[in-house]
Design a protein around this ligand. Structure first.
Ligand code: HEC
Length: 131
């Protein structure tokens, strides 16, 4: 009993020491995979390079921001209202890099660009709902 508790504590410590990209994989599994692993409702499927290629072209700031705010069938924040921009962005990096992209976790400048796109997108949607 004591031993298994020690093991659990060790496992939790190991998890908390994982780099951001690993958190991205975890967020993907827990929040995004339900749609993106099989392509539910037209969700771009993980690993399908052909589908992701034009989206990768849009650039990391725009794609991350649009996904975060919600695009057509994709729910805002992947359907998890308390998901932070950082966790969402890490999940996007994980998804894109498994689908032909070579993105890294955004730095401070990258997040500033993502936040600016989120504001822009929210204004667009307020003016033209459903776009
Ligand atoms: C309920 C299903 C569902 C869940 C859960 C979901 N998505 Fe999506 N996602 C979609 C669908 C459907 C689309 C395609 C939207 C379209 O183009 O019509 C999409 C598109 C996207 C896109 C491309 C956006 C663009 O500009 O075309 C990104 C990025 C994305 N999702 C990221 C995520 C991430 C990250 C998560 C988890 C945190 C997530 N999604 C969770 C259904 C989902």
């Amino acid at each position: 009993m004591i031993r298994s508790r020690t093991l659990i504590t060790a496992a939790l410590l190991a998890l908390s020491a994982l780099p951001a990209w690993a958190d991205g994989a975890r967020t993907y599994q827990s929040t995004c995979a339900v749609c993106h692993s099989s392509g539910v409702a037209g969700a771009p499927k993980l690993g399908d390079r052909k589908i992701w290629a034009p989206l990768i072209e849009e650039g990391q700031a725009i794609l991350t921001a649009h996904g975060y705010v919600g695009v057509r069938g994709t729910p805002a924040k992947g359907g998890k209202p308390d998901l932070s921009i950082e966790d969402f962005a890490a999940a996007v990096v994980h998804m894109l890099n498994a689908s032909g992209g070579k993105w890294s976790q955004p730095d401070a400048k990258g997040f500033a660009a993502i936040r600016a796109e989120i504001v822009k997108r929210e204004k667009e949607l307020a003016a033209k709902p459903g776009k």
